[in-house]
Design a protein around this ligand. Structure first.
Ligand SMILES: [Zn+2]
Length: 134
């Protein structure tokens, strides 16, 4: 897993790239922030497997996360709110946190919590050793 999720500041295309390079859509140079990294793992589950979870970081849509998939989002220092949705489910237990020089990595696990009428995406803070390797 050596890819980073980034949204092109020029054309808005969300993509996974291994290093700084040209946007796959508009060819403008993409420069990965190097202050910190947010890593999100969607826990493998038989529930709603076919439906991607949509990721929103500070309201900015950052593509999808498939079942049992994980992504890394490079970021600058700052305050972040991580919100995710699953299909028509807009309910989410968000994660809110700061990326600082003392706390450069954010690890999160996401899973679906079944409800009687709607399901909720729950985002739990995690640690490096709880993330899947590879
Ligand atoms: Zn672009």
């Amino acid at each position: 897993m050596s890819q980073f999720r980034i949204k092109c500041p020029s054309c808005g295309e969300v993509q996974d790239i291994p290093a700084n390079g040209p946007c796959r859509k508009c060819s403008n140079a993409l420069v990965l922030p190097e202050d910190g990294v947010i890593q999100i793992y969607r826990m493998g589950s038989p529930l709603g497997v076919a439906v991607g979870m949509s990721i929103y970081l500070n309201e900015v849509p950052l593509g999808h996360l498939a079942n049992a998939e994980q992504i890394r989002i490079p970021v600058t220092y700052g305050h972040y709110k991580l919100h995710m949705t699953h299909g028509m489910n807009r309910k989410c237990k968000d994660a809110e946190f700061d990326i600082t020089p003392e706390n450069r990595f954010g690890f999160f696990k996401a899973h679906l919590k079944m409800g009687l009428i709607t399901n909720t995406v729950v985002i739990e803070p995690s640690t490096a050793d709880q993330m899947p390797q590879g």
